[in-house]
Design a protein around this ligand. Structure first.
Ligand code: PDD
Length: 303
């Protein structure tokens, strides 16, 4: 196995000695947590999720994640019940960080809501069936070495549906693309739809063409990444122009810098695409500047 593949195939989720999760109103050990086999998340992938970064107990950009979760829930027509709200889920997440002794260092918060458990039928269940809420936290180790030297990516067809802007549990095309990337010793799959780069299987993509930073516009073909939007603001503050014209496959040979962004990847330089070097084969100058400024922002910001 190539050295790089070994680095990122290690699991980030280590079992903490106090591994407490939240399911439907209860805090309990992960090993004792249960959802029904009739849960629509299990049967149909009928649900949405969020992944939030926690640094020394502070959640990064939690308000943006809340807004996106609200939008995803609305987008697939799940109504929360009682006191449940994205804000409440984040408070539960903070409690889980405390319970699991993850107030120091890096961790991730995972929030998943499904349409609930009922006898299988494609249409929505009756109103008395309430959503399933699952929230957990895990220790996280940033990909520091890879972020320093740069990672490899492959190009891959984007086989997803027409609402990639919603963060749903339906991740099969993402799973298959990620697995293909892994088998080819690459960190990420760069997805191509209608001749342009959309995003990654679990990240957003940026590239520099003719000296201009480019990324896919925010529309139904990409997830509006929280890191992507933070980076947009940071680029503006550094007077780096960002053009939201997608990179076409014909332009790929002219790409001098390539990087991806995500909650668990930060700014990750891509120095090899489909086994060919990108630009000089080393992380480029714009990538490095944005990498630095995002790291500063992550270290200082939080809710
Ligand atoms: N993935 N695009 C896709 C398809 C994603 O799944 C993600 C996040 C991103 C980046 O979004 P953000 O900056 O908000 O993390 C873009 C998460 C981390 C996951 O599925 O684990």
């Amino acid at each position: 196995m190539p050295a790089q593949a070994r680095t990122f195939s290690q699991s980030n989720a280590t079992m903490d000695s106090r591994d407490i999760v939240y399911v439907n109103g209860s805090f309990l050990p992960r090993a004792d947590a249960r959802v029904s086999v009739e849960d629509r998340g299990f049967v149909f992938g009928d649900g949405v999720y969020e992944v939030v970064r926690a640094i020394n107990g502070r959640l990064f950009a939690a308000r943006f994640h809340n807004t996106r979760l609200e939008r995803s829930l609305k987008g697939i027509r799940i109504d929360l019940v009682g006191d449940d709200s994205p804000e409440r889920f984040v408070e539960i997440g903070k409690q889980l960080l405390r319970e699991n002794k993850l107030l120091e260092g890096e961790a991730t918060l995972y929030i998943q809501i499904t349409r609930g458990a009922t006898t299988r039928a494609h249409y929505f269940p009756p109103p008395e069936i309430t959503p399933t809420v699952y929230i957990s936290v895990a220790r996280f180790t940033p990909y520091a070495a890879l972020a320093e030297g740069g990672a490899a990516a492959i190009s891959h067809p984007d086989l997803r549906w027409g609402r990639c802007d919603l963060k749903t549990l339906n991740l099969l095309p993402n799973v298959l693309a990620s697995q293909t990337a892994k088998e080819r010793g690459a960190f990420e799959a760069m997805l191509i739809r209608d001749g342009v780069v959309t995003e990654g299987a679990k990240t957003n993509f940026f590239g520099v063409v003719n000296g201009i930073l480019r990324t896919h516009p925010r529309d139904n073909h990409i997830l509006p990444g929280i890191t992507r939007s933070v980076l947009e603001d940071l680029a503006r503050s550094l007077s780096i122009e960002l053009d939201e014209t997608p990179i076409s496959i014909n332009e790929i040979p002219k790409v001098t810098e390539l990087f991806l962004t995500g909650t668990t990847t930060d700014v990750m330089p891509i120095v090899k695409l489909d086994d060919k070097p990108v630009g000089s084969g080393r992380p480029g100058e714009i990538t490095r500047r944005l990498q630095r400024v995002l790291a500063e922002n992550l270290a200082s910001a939080g809710d």
